[in-house]
Write a protein that binds this ligand. Structure first.
Ligand SMILES: Cc1ncc(COP(=O)(O)O)c(C=O)c1O
Length: 460
């Protein structure tokens, strides 16, 4: 047994963990509900803090949200002592809610290890354990991924995938992506993300062409149009395309799932033309009834690389031997923090072994409950709320026929009334939620739906 293992098993460490759990349970009780600020004075100071912080960070916050660093399940405590239902979870990060007891234990394991960060010259046993779990789960239906490279953000997982593909496909250097896609904001990836505003003033560094994403209202027509668009691009630039970049479920555009037939048709054309396929699951990983979204769509053998992030805490690029880069192409001082790596293992292990996945798993059950309740609101107010849309832990709705100003106003009012959400997409704009599945119960959904309905009534 290593000294590290002996240290972790030391009765004093075990006792300390037990005491932390006891204190946690006690302090969580008062925040396990919606409540206003501690006092008018606390709220005034909080407002001042937000103003100063916004100024220092160089831009205002979307909401008046600065967390205290504590919470209970779906409830987050803000720095003025108020609580909110956190249904956007840092845009899909806090999948087990706030101050989750099991997750806290995993964080303690990371925090009491020897390093803050792990990376290029510093990999610990917990990195090996996480990489093995990610690969094992990716391969349960025979996908055959050989390698998994950890990294610290979703966009870096994508950036690493792109570099590996460009190296393999060199000199082909063009990219095909989907209209309204979002893949992140590094110099290269901002060139792919289909939002001109996010690359204003940046020099062009990648040639990117777009094809339409799946339209569920016109299944056959949509497959035909996008496949033809892809074929036409390839005819126009023969041999120039290296990669097709996909979100199997478009997240930032407002939780739009694609379809197996749609992807199969496009991927077949890609295979014939030596174009590699990146499946960007940074947002969708862990949110369908399967751990990986490619498993949900039955595309295990069809994609070349999968990138994960957000709810997985540590991010990663998984690929096969045929896309292995030459030495030196990818390396990072920081792959992730020891706490994030331990948290990641805890979360994925829970999901795989604790009834989250599958047709009758927690994700589907809670999605169905949420969708049913929102459908009731739609029936009552069809002109105000359309939907719900989305899949699993990704829920979206179109409000006021997709009016941007009203939808924004709604998210702000909803926040004031106690629930976080976020705006997404263009034409139509949607309001979406990336819910804390690991901490959610039906009673929480019921209260949030009541608040949604009340807030709809408050928008002029
Ligand atoms: C599909 C997708 N890819 C990549 C990213 C970028 O991830 P990160 O912000 O962690 O770099 C996001 C973030 O929203 C995303 O939704």
């Amino acid at each position: 047994m290593t000294q590290a293992e002996k240290f972790q098993k030391d009765p004093r460490i075990q006792q300390a963990k037990k005491l932390i759990q006891e204190a946690l349970a006690e302090h969580q009780k008062p925040v396990d509900k919606l409540q206003g600020p501690e006092s008018p004075e606390a709220h005034e100071n909080y407002k001042k803090m937000i103003e100063e912080f916004s100024e220092k960070r160089g831009g205002s916050l979307f909401y008046d949200y600065i967390g205290s660093g504590f919470g209970s399940g779906p409830f987050v405590e803000l720095a003025d002592g108020s609580t909110k239902y956190d249904f956007i979870t840092g845009i899909g990060v806090h999948y087990f809610g706030h101050s989750h007891p099991g997750l806290m234990n995993a964080l303690i394991d990371g925090a009491t290890s020897n390093t803050v960060m792990q990376g290029n010259l510093q990999q610990n046993v917990d990195s090996e354990r996480l990489v093995s779990l990610l690969l094992e789960q990716a391969n349960i239906n025979g996908a055959g991924f050989d390698h998994c490279f950890l990294t610290s953000s979703g966009v870096m997982a994508n950036e690493n995938a792109l570099k590996m593909i460009f190296q393999k496909r060199s000199p082909a250097g063009r990219v095909i992506a989907f209209e309204k896609c979002f893949h992140g904001r590094t110099m290269s990836v901002a060139a792919i993300t289909d939002k001109a505003k996010y690359r204003e003033g940046l020099p062009e560094n990648l040639k990117v062409d777009y094809i339409p994403f799946y339209d569920y209202k016109d299944h056959e027509g949509s497959i035909k149009r996008s496949t033809e668009a892809l074929e036409n691009l390839i005819k126009k630039h023969p041999g120039e395309y290296a990669v097709l970049m996909c979100e199997l479920i478009q997240g930032e555009n407002g939780s739009w799932p694609g379809h197996t037939d749609f992807f199969k048709s496009l991927f077949e054309v890609c295979k014939k033309n030596n174009i590699s396929i990146i499946d960007d699951e940074v947002q969708s990983f862990g949110r369908t009834e399967n751990l990986y979204a490619f498993q949900y769509f039955g595309l295990d053998k069809d994609i070349d690389m999968v990138c994960i992030g957000k709810m997985s805490q540590a991010c990663a690029t998984l690929y096969r031997e045929d896309h292995k880069p030459q030495a030196g192409l990818i390396s990072q001082t920081f792959t992730s923090s020891s706490t994030a790596i331990n948290a990641s293992y805890f979360i994925i292990n829970e999901m795989v072994n604790n009834n989250f996945l599958g047709k009758n798993g927690k994700i589907n059950k809670l999605h169905n409950h949420f969708a049913k309740r929102l459908e009731e609101v739609h029936q009552k107010h069809p002109e105000k709320l359309e939907g719900p849309y989305g899949i699993g832990a990704m829920i979206a709705m179109t409000l006021f026929k997709g009016d941007l100003e009203k939808s924004k106003k709604f998210t702000m009012k909803l926040f004031d009334n106690g629930v976080t959400s976020f705006i997404a997409g263009v034409s139509p704009v949607r309001v979406r939620m990336l819910v804390p599945m690991g901490a959610l119960e039906e009673k929480h959904i019921d209260e949030v739906v009541q608040i949604i309905e009340k807030t709809l009534g408050e928008i002029e």
